[in-house]
Design a protein around this ligand. Sequence first.
Ligand code: AN7
Length: 358
Amino acid sequence: MTMRPRYTGLIDRYRDRLPVHDDTRIISLGEGNTPLIRLNNIPRIIGKDVDIYVKYEGLNPTGSFKDRGMTMAVTKAVEEGSKAIICASTGNTSAAAAAYAARAGITAFVLIPEGKIALGKLAQAMMHGASVLQINGNFDVGMQLVKEVGEDAPVTIVNSINPFRLQGQKTAAFEILEELGCAPDFHCIPVGNAGNITAHWMGYSEYHEHGIVNSRPKMVGYQAAGSAPFMRGEMVDDPDTVATAIRIGHPQSWDKAWVVKEESVGWFDECTDEEILKTQKLLAMNEGVFCEPASATSLAGALKDIETGKIPEGSKIVCTLTGHGLKDPDTAIKQSAPVLTVKATRDEVTKAILDNMA
Ligand code: AN7
């Protein structure tokens, strides 16, 4: 048997590119190192000659890309002596904060919008023992409250306004560059607070500046139509979408994301809820990859831009799938064909099989 070193998370892997010291106690759950899956069937289905990869961030320890940022933010919070962390969240940040706080042995407070968080995410925050504070307001209201209480309460804010979050998240771009051996032509990504698009651009730019690669992708950020401040050109006060993860009207990295668009010569666009769900299903049914609705926004947008030629044939495209489909079982079941109820006899089961052969 050939031994290989145990993978111990992205801080250990990218130690020299992250703000840690040799004696820093690393709080890790083995995050990062997620699969970059080449789509085999969808390009054929749409009849286009494109090379599409999905970066399946749903395979991080708590099921979303937030773990990349949270390992850094919690590591630094503990290093600085913090005993508690706090965040506002549409769900995934709270799940990651809860898990990494449990791992570190500190307290997590999470503010979530009542009734607008997917079931799996709520289960995670509760199970990891976070103090879950449900508020009768949306993410943006929660974020404002967190900033205010963060001023006097002894808590470290671990939303993406915490700069260590973006440092951790930039490593996704490193992984993509190392696996492809070059930059993709386009990187398509869902946008809520716009922290992740900013972090990816940081990662791509870092490898480019150090001469590790000789180009950078165009960054394309897609929003849900009901909560698309980057398309409206201003904050949206009452965002709404089935993709609850990106139900965000006041993005925290607003200025940074406009810079990313300019520097990368990319663009923003929006997808309707119908387009998002259709693409989530398309990916699950034809590639065996199950992502949550918000994550499907990247591929939904890419497919539209491939169709119009804005993303030309011959392109190499990476779409980030930010979170796992199991996060939101309700939305998945709602859009699927009902299960068959069959009598528990050999004849009936055989008949059901013959009736349903493709
Ligand atoms: C699956 O958990 O903001 O543009 O509070 O969970 O960096 O905000 C989640 C965001 C995309 C958007 N996809 O990323 C939260 C939260 C999924 C997400 C985004 C989120 P950003």
